[in-house]
Design a protein around this ligand. Structure first.
Ligand code: NAD
Length: 267
């Protein structure tokens, strides 16, 4: 059923039992521009049948969830993000996708959805990280590859993918500032006799432990000085608030793939 004029955007949350799914549901309470219309989890998730928002219980039927919404919000796992994008293409449903660790086949399904519907894809929905992307790109452009660039990320012990999607975005922004092809200069962790550091290499290292929500530092090592640009997330609320802002923004946009810089008007 279509949404009436002036009515809030209807959102379907995927993975409502997950850390980010719960944060999105919490952040949606009290909003006037968006309401939770459905919540879909995997069929063996613990919280199926639980009420997650006013009049909404978590279900396992993705098709029913998509049929009830204008936009779905996906912080789950690559395999479910792919299945959701394929189903959403049939519904021409708008999307906000924050799942990281996506493989080429997952990306292809998302690219196909973007041909049919407007979608926002971001490995990080925080304002701060999106500013960091512009800052590291500018620093890399000014400093050049003679300043050794390294990215270190730290996350909680349950995180599955490494390096984090945000670290990859930061490292790619540095490569763009250098005018380099990221895949040709990247170095993800080091082990053994790796030899001297090549000029222009961009290193990315991952640390895992405890309940760290997400820390990222880009360091530029010059001769006799060092520049560090850091971001520390202390709460998932910032990602959830950014995702909801993206969801309210994306409904009604022309089909295509957008990022948080588009949502924030910083592009
Ligand atoms: P989590 O493990 O706590 O939650 C994952 C949720 O997805 C669970 O509810 C689970 O039941 C559901 N799920 C998993 N497989 C599924 C499937 N096949 N079908 C349907 N549902 C399925 O994970 P999390 O910490 O909430 O993170 C989820 C994703 O979001 C990760 O990829 C993480 O890196 C990413 N993330 C992105 C941002 C961002 O700003 N873009 C911020 C934080 C986390």
């Amino acid at each position: 059923m279509a949404r009436g004029a002036g009515e809030p955007v209807r959102a379907c949350v995927l993975g409502p039992s997950g850390r980010m799914g719960r944060a999105v549901l919490d952040a949606a309470r009290g909003r006037s521009d968006l309401r939770i219309a459905a919540a879909v989890d995997r069929s063996d998730a613990g919280g199926l049948g639980v009420t997650v928002a006013e009049g909404v219980v978590a279900i396992a039927d993705l098709e029913a969830g998509l049929a009830a919404c204008d936009v779905y919000i996906d912080f789950t796992a690559p395999i479910s993000s792919r299945a959701a994008a394929e189903a959403a293409a049939r519904h021409r449903c708008a999307a906000v996708i924050g799942t990281t660790g996506l493989l080429p086949g997952d990306e292809a399904a998302i690219a196909q959805l973007a041909r049919l519907a407007p979608i926002v894809v971001a490995a990080n929905f925080s304002l701060g990280v999106n500013l960091v992307l512009g800052m590291v790109r500018q620093a890399a452009r000014v400093l050049g590859p003679d300043w050794d660039a390294e990215v270190v990320e730290t996350h909680h012990r349950a995180k599955r993918d490494a390096p984090s999607g945000t670290a990859l975005m930061i490292a790619r922004a540095i490569a763009a500032g250098h005018g380099a092809d990221y895949d040709a200069v990247k170095r993800h962790t080091r082990d053994g006799d790796v030899g001297p550091r090549p000029r222009g290499e961009i290193g990315v290292s991952s640390v895992r432990g405890g309940d760290v929500v997400g820390d990222h530092t880009a360091s530029f090592f010059g001769a006799g000085e060092r520049l560090e640009i850091s971001h520390r997330a202390t709460s998932r609320e910032i990602f959830a608030a950014g995702a909801l802002r993206a969801a309210a923004w994306v409904v009604g946009q022309p089909p295509g793939r957008y990022d948080m810089l588009d949502v924030l008007g910083l592009q």
